[in-house]
Structure formats: C-alpha cells, structure tokens
Write a protein that binds this ligand. Structure first.
Ligand SMILES: [Zn+2]
Length: 279
C-alpha cells in the first residue's frame, strides 16, 4: 500500500499548483523516488509503475467511459462517430459479451504484468541485469523526453508490422484467426476493447511492442512508465468511438464502414479500429 502511494505521488507531483516552485517539485520528486527505491525491491518498483500507468491512464478512463455510455445512452450516442451502434452494449452484442470484453481486457493487462515479472525474475536469478533500469539516478528531463519519443517511435513501427504481416497476413494462420475471432468480433470501437484480444496476439501486438524495445534499450523505468501512460491514454481515446473515421478515396463513408470487412483507421493515430466479424 505504501509503495502504491509512493508510485502515485511520483506521477502526481508534477501536477502540483504552479505556485509551488519547480525546484521544490523536483526535490520532492527525487526524495519520493529515493524512498521508493530504498524501501522496495526493483521488481516491485517496476511492476507498480507499470500497473499504475495502465490502470490510471487506460482502465479507469475506459471504465468511466463505459459507465457514461451505459448510464446516459442518448448523450453518449451523440458523441459517437458511428451513432447508437457504437454504444458498448450494441457493439459487444449482449451483456454477457460486454462482461467478457471487460474481463479479458483486465486479464490481458494482468497477463502482461505477469510475463514482465517472469522475465525480470528470470534475469535476476541468472545474475543478469534487469530488463529495465531501476537505478537510483533519475533521468534528466531531456533524457526522459528523448527516451519516450524513441520508445513510441519504435513501438509504432513494430505495431504496424506485426498487425499488418502477422495478424492480417495474405494467408490466414492460427495466430491471425485468433486475432480475427477475438479483437475483430466487436462491431464498433469502445475504449475497453483496446485491450481485448486473445492473450497471444495481445502479448505480441500490445504488450511486447513497448516492453521489448524498452528492455533492449535498457530504458529507465520512469521512461517506460511515462511511455506506457501515453499509449494507454491514446488507447482509451482512440478506441472511444468519438473520433471520426478517416475518409480516403478508397474508404466507404463512416456510416457504411461497419458493414464492410475492413480495418478502420483513426485520424489521430495509426491505431486500427476493430472491424466487424471478420472471422
Ligand atoms: Zn487486426
């Protein structure tokens, strides 16, 4: 509990009122970081920071969005690019299907953390350095920004390549069939479905595309946590269904797009929206 509070305070310190001097902010941040590092094993710090980013910037906004969509459907459907059909209950098909999406989204997030813990534990037992840098030294603001930009850049390339060539290959494979029958079984996007896929394609496409580059670069855990927070927020917003679809010469109008077995793209990112029942 104490560790969770320390992790939360690390992320919340920069949002202190502007009346608090920046130097005091940095001092408090450094002090909290040292306290966290000195009182907890590196693995706990890494997992807490990762879980905090995913919960705060993806799960909580997605669940809030789901509650709003469910409690006030007339208000929500006006904000949806695809209208009433994009309401989570309509998109999933039934209450049971919606519950399944929510459960698997949570399960996949836990699965990613479990694999991360397994990798770090394995490295620790073999005497190798940890995958992420959980050192006492804090990265300088420029190093933090540069590290995050690199991770996001590498992730974008990896995600596109994996999605295009492994999850949607010319000839269907077991992996692509799993992806189609899970992630593409939802007729319209809503925030929670950003984490909904069979665990294997989820691990490959969503989790590994950020964690493995961070491990290869031996990124500082704060760089990884910040990059994870940004992509989590992007997932929640891009899949919310409130962003208009891009209309290229080849694309059907947004209103017709859900009838067609294609990937819809979002203008704000290269993230693909699920298209209906491709399997
Ligand atoms: Zn896909």
């Amino acid at each position: 509990m104490g560790a969770a509070l320390s992790t939360a305070s690390l992320f919340l310190l920069p949002s202190l009122p502007s009346t608090v001097p920046t130097s005091l902010n940095l001092l408090l941040f450094t002090f909290t970081w040292y306290t966290l590092i000195l009182t907890h094993p590196p693995l706990h710090v890494e997992l807490l920071a990762s879980a905090f980013s995913r919960i705060t910037f993806f799960l909580i906004p997605s669940l809030l969005s789901l509650v709003i969509d469910t409690v006030a459907p007339p208000l929500a459907e006006q904000a949806k690019a695809l209208g009433p059909r994009a309401l989570p209950l309509n998109a999933a098909g039934s209450v049971a299907a919606l519950a399944r999406v929510a459960a698997w989204t949570l399960g996949n997030a836990l699965f990613g953390l479990t694999v991360q813990a397994g990798i770090e534990t394995g490295l620790e037992k073999t005497g190798l350095r940890t995958a992420l840098n959980v050192g006492k030294t804090l990265p300088l603001p420029w190093d933090l920004a540069r590290g995050v930009v690199w991770l996001l850049f590498i992730r974008s390339i990896c995600q596109y390549t994996i999605h295009r060539f492994l999850l949607h290959p010319q000839k269907a494979t077991q992996l692509s069939k799993l992806h189609h029958s899970w992630a593409h079984s939802i007729s319209a996007p809503f925030s929670l479905c950003a984490g909904y896929d069979h665990p294997l394609p989820y691990l490959l496409h969503t989790w590994a595309t950020l964690y493995l580059p961070a491990a290869l670069l031996h990124s500082h855990v704060l760089v990884y946590a910040l990059a994870l927070a940004l992509v989590s927020l992007e997932d929640a917003v891009a899949y919310s269904g409130t962003v208009s679809c891009r209309k290229s010469p080849q694309d059907a109008p947004c209103s017709d797009a859900v009838k067609r077995p294609r990937i819809l793209t979002c203008p704000s990112s290269a993230i693909s929206f699920p298209s209906p029942h491709l399997a």
